[in-house]
Design a binder for this molecule. Sequence first.
Ligand SMILES: Nc1ncnc2c1ncn2[C@@H]1O[C@H](COP(=O)(O)OP(=O)(O)OP(=O)(O)O)[C@@H](O)[C@H]1O
Ligand SMILES: [Mg+2]
Length: 243
Amino acid sequence: MPALIIHNVRKTYRLGKVMVPVLHGVDLEVDEGEVVAILGASGSGKTTLLHLIGGLDRPDRTSRNGKAARIEFQGKTITAFSTRELDRYRARQVGFIFQFYHLLPELTLLQNVMIAGMIGRTEPRLRERASELVAAVGLGHRLAHRPAELSGGERQRVAIARALINAPALVLADEPTGNLDERTGGEVLDLLHSLRRERRQTMVMVTHDHRTAERADRIVHLKDGRIVESGSREGGPARSTPI
Ligand SMILES: Nc1ncnc2c1ncn2[C@@H]1O[C@H](COP(=O)(O)OP(=O)(O)OP(=O)(O)O)[C@@H](O)[C@H]1O
Ligand SMILES: [Mg+2]
């Protein structure tokens, strides 16, 4: 039973009268604890797809063939969630590592990590847990610093700590090494993989870097608005194991 099921997902952006179709029927299944890398060119819709999986946006309601888009995580249909249920899902089950960090500049590093843990609950040990995570990403000595005082690699590590504060079952990483040099990127990736492995989290990572993608259990490609499994026929089913 896959943890994440994405079925017939379409997304069209509307800019005034202009329609920008991006996803044309994405199908993908990800097993519990599996790491899937989605490779694709710039503008192919990788970030769009992650936003849909993470409940930051919704897919088109009906497709041209009339079949509804469906995203399920751990047996729950995300695409049927109310706004409130989506908020809960995002806060409790999803850890997002954004392409451009999205750290809050006014807050210290520790506060940036803590704030993600404050949404929708009161957590008694929040400060300790946030400190532990910041230490785990190697920045325990910089807790009171602000993002502007950190390097790109350090900011990305803070973003990883923030994504993991709620012990999310699903980690969504958008170009987690995209702005880093090769060596720093490799280190950040090592860290992300080891933290994730300890917690047995399912992860979907998007990238246009082959080296980053090769660290995943499975690589799929986003091309022409659809998912194509590596080595499989275009449009073939995207699954790790035969059904
Ligand atoms: N809010 C929006 N409104 C209109 N068009 C958008 C919006 N967000 C994205 N797009 C368009 O959708 C397409 C896919 O964008 P997306 O950000 O998902 O690509 P990407 O694969 O993540 O690219 P990159 O590798 O450069 O980050 C692009 O053509 C983009 O211009
Ligand atoms: Mg992107």
